[in-house]
Design a protein around this ligand. Structure first.
Ligand code: TEU
Ligand code: CA
Length: 540
């Protein structure tokens, strides 16, 4: 398999609204991000996945784009964006833009035109349908943000499709001219020297709404191969598709090199483990570590050779994993380091979400007035109407709400965690007084330096990038595996629990590579692992 730069780097995701505010308006901005490039260079990351910075009414915080080639006023100017790309490049950091082309904002010029009437040239850039026999919505398709996926347009007497908010009308990818306009826009961004694209819900662009098909539609891969040919295929860019429904077999269709589609995909099979099978994300069940182990191992072995894995615990849509499945209380430090070691020693490209590297935690709310995210606000309204108690709804929001990831990045112990000199658009977690980047940098034993070391290990040891994966058979709560490359063999051992766990193998330790508890390790026989203990050893 040909080797690429994006197989060897660690990617850092910035959610710009919450990363760093430079002008005191309480909203993160591009100048603020540029100020923090030295911090990211120190961490050692090789690319930044930048959530949308384009013009948007912010109905879905920028995932509703009204102009793909203008920068959101609150974030700054195109000149500042081009300066950011250049400054990142000086630090060997590539910028991976968020490509949101399953839908636009309803304020995008194309949709403004499309709504003018059925004969408008842009009408067919979107998905329209006549009412059903009873005058209601065309079919049962639902929005991810509650309610039907169809919005009535009085003027034309038709509905338009929106798999997300009604201010996010779905684009019609069957329309070739629309596709060509998207490719032209992508090429203009590529010409600015970006490092690639993260492709928002890209598995939905093959949808056939009249047949109720949304993900993995029949033309999906035809469109991606066309996009590859028409845009990034001529460049060595990182392209990662967000594909909620992917299995390893489907992931090969996206990432097998000979298919000329994408570098890799984000798959979410592990992410669904604490969701009731027949429920929504809000309907919780305990996560079983044995299941997590099985799924991680399956993706390592089934996608390890003819495709490429992305590796992540967190992003802007997910609660913070340290609170979700780790221990954000007495064992916050050890469990954060355990999560990092477990993930970063796997085969694939790891992604760090802003604040994960300093052990930031979820931020519970006591009142829905503290919530900002449209998904949460719509669910709150929908579940109240269905008779759920306020307490149950808030419990679900505190466990799984997206605002948990979107609280201001905690830079220091000053007001609002040093994120802004003004009033933040969303409150900071009060624990910024102790959990912040400044404190992390001053503490050689901090979670930050564990991430920094894991990134350095990846750069200095081919085994981490290219080594084969082999799962070790252990008790359910211990996830342990070998990595092997060119005669070298590393053993990764992690206790994914609050309790002591047994572990024993016959290998001899040649060298301790990393250890979250730090004390000496001399033997691997008949161990009693401490809560959240994690280490990597080179073995004979
Ligand atoms: O997310 C796709 C998506 O399906 C998520 O919204 C997911 O269903 C939900 O967040 C689970 O909590 C992408 C973006 O990452 C997300 O921020 C956008 O809201 C969405 O697409 C629409 O663009
Ligand atoms: Ca600002």
């Amino acid at each position: 398999m040909e080797k690429h730069w994006w197989q060897e780097v660690v990617v850092y995701q910035i959610y710009p609204r919450s990363f760093k505010d430079s002008n005191g308006d309480g909203i993160g901005d591009i100048a603020g991000m540029t100020e923090k490039l030295d911090y990211l260079e120190k961490l050692g990351i090789g690319a930044i996945w930048l959530s949308p910075v384009y013009q948007s009414p912010n109905d879905d915080n920028g995932y509703d784009i009204s102009d793909y080639e203008a920068i959101l006023d609150e974030f700054g100017t195109m000149e500042e964006m081009e300066h950011f790309i250049a400054e990142a490049g000086k630090r060997n950091i590539k910028i991976v833009m968020d490509l949101v082309v399953n839908h636009t904002s309803d304020e995008h010029a194309w949709f403004v035109e499309a709504k003018k009437g059925k004969d408008n040239p842009y009408r067919d850039y979107y998905v329209w349908a006549d009412p059903a026999e009873d005058g209601g919505v065309p079919n049962g398709l639902g929005s991810a943000f509650s309610g039907p996926a169809w919005e009535w347009d009085e003027k034309s007497g038709q509905y338009y499709l929106h798999l997300f908010s009604k201010k996010q009308p779905d684009l019609n990818w069957q329309n070739e001219q629309m596709r060509r306009d998207i490719y032209a826009m992508m090429n203009r961004w590529i010409a600015k020297g970006i490092g690639g694209f993260r492709m928002d819900v890209i598995d939905l662009i093959g949808k056939i709404p009249e047949e109720g098909i949304t993900g993995n539609g029949p033309h999906l891969h035809e469109f991606l191969q066309e996009m590859h040919r028409e845009t990034f295929g001529a460049h060595d860019l990182l392209t990662v598709g967000e594909t909620w429904g992917a299995t390893p077999e489907i992931a090969k269709l996206y990432s097998a090199p000979e298919r000329n589609e994408l570098s890799m995909v984000f798959q979410f099979e592990h992410i669904g483990l604490d969701q009731q099978l027949d429920g929504e994300k809000w309907d919780l069940q305990p996560m079983r570590v044995a299941e997590l182990k099985r799924i991680l191992a399956k993706w390592q072995t089934e996608l390890g050779h003819d495709g490429w894995n992305s590796l992540f615990w967190n992003n802007h849509d997910l609660p913070r994993m340290l609170s979700r499945w780790g221990n954000d209380g007495v064992h916050r430090i050890e469990s954060a380091k355990m999560l990092a070691i477990l993930l970063h020693m796997l085969k694939g490209t790891p992604y760090i979400y802003q604040g994960e590297e300093i052990g930031m935690t979820n931020t519970p709310i006591a009142d829905i007035a503290e919530a900002r995210d449209i998904e949460t606000l719509n669910m709150h309204r929908e579940r109240l109407a269905k008779g759920y108690s306020e307490a149950d709804i808030l419990a679900s929001i505190n466990a799984k709400g997206r605002d948990n990831a979107r609280r201001p990045m905690q830079w220091d112990a000053s007001l609002h965690g040093g994120f802004t000199a003004g009033t933040p658009w969303i409150g900071a977690n009060e624990n910024y007084a102790t959990i912040n980047a400044e404190a992390a940098l001053a503490d050689p034993d901090s979670i930050f330096y564990t991430y920094q070391k894991l990134i350095r290990l990846r750069k200095e040891n081919p085994i981490v990038v290219w080594g084969d994966f082999e799962l070790v058979d252990t008790v359910d709560e211990v996830i342990s595996y070998y990595r092997e490359y060119a005669g070298e063999r590393w053993l990764v051992v992690t206790n994914f629990s609050d309790a002591a766990q047994p572990f024993s193998v016959d290998d001899e330790i040649v060298e301790v590579i990393i250890h979250n508890y730090g004390m000496a390790l001399s033997d691997l026989k008949d161990l009693q692992l401490l809560p959240w203990q994690a280490f990597v050893v080179k073995v004979t």
